[in-house]
Design a binder for this molecule. Structure first.
Ligand SMILES: [Zn+2]
Length: 220
């Protein structure tokens, strides 16, 4: 199995499979090649699973005519040129103006910056709409942080932050509300045990149906 070797002042071996399937091994400076080969060989099943995971991941393109989900509905990209990035939604056409050449990466950055501004309002409304019960229980309103996360849709930190994945902007409010409610319920219970699910059932009886609509594989 091919891999890229990165040596550094570290004490243990570590494996990483990148989105393109490339295997990277991080190793201590003087560890023998044989030992590293054995390590990779022992982890071959794990590596193949990671590679399969990346292949199954839906890939989003950001070119003229491509479709991007926005708040639960597909919108079509129209890419034009402008000195400064500008994004505008009209009907189901999302016009993205970026400096030439309009690289996919530039288009994506412009849309994500635009999403971030929209997400502030959408996510904050969702939190405030659903917070009354938790406020009555004496909880402080958590502070919203919008993040790009690779493995989670949301999380609640002990220090009073609710972290929500920017990629939730692909979904409609029904799904966004579900993720928000899930995190708010963590104000009461830090685990996913029966009490947590009881609370979810009471606060949002149809949460299972909403959850099913959320992709298990996060978009790139
Ligand atoms: Zn949770």
């Amino acid at each position: 199995m091919d891999y890229q070797l990165v040596r550094s002042k570290r004490r243990t071996l570590a494996l990483r499979v990148a989105a393109d399937g490339q295997v990277e091994v991080r190793a201590p400076l003087r560890l023998g090649r044989r030992h590293i080969d054995d390590f990779v060989h022992e982890h071959r099943d794990w590596i193949r699973r990671q590679q399969a995971y990346w292949r199954a991941r839906p890939r989003q393109h950001w070119r003229e005519g491509d479709t991007v989900p926005h708040l639960g509905r597909p919108v079509r990209l129209r890419v034009t040129h402008a000195a400064r990035p500008r994004v505008e939604l009209e009907g189901d056409i999302l016009t993205v103006a970026v400096p030439p050449p309009a690289l996919e990466e530039t288009v994506r950055e412009a849309v994500e910056a635009w999403w971030r501004r929209q997400a502030r309002d959408q996510f904050q409304h969702s939190i405030e709409r659903q917070f009354h019960w938790f406020a009555a229980r004496g909880h402080e309103l958590p502070v919203l942080r919008i993040k790009k996360m690779r493995t989670r849709w949301g999380s609640l930190s002990q220090r009073g932050y609710i972290n929500l994945n920017l990629a939730l902007m692909r979904y409609d409010l029904e799904v966004i509300d579900y993720v928000v409610m899930h995190e708010l319920c963590h104000l009461e219970y830090a685990h996913h045990g029966p009490q947590f699910h009881d609370l979810m059932d009471r606060r949002m009886p149809d949460w299972r149906r909403r959850k099913q609509r959320l992709d298990q594989v996060l978009p790139e």
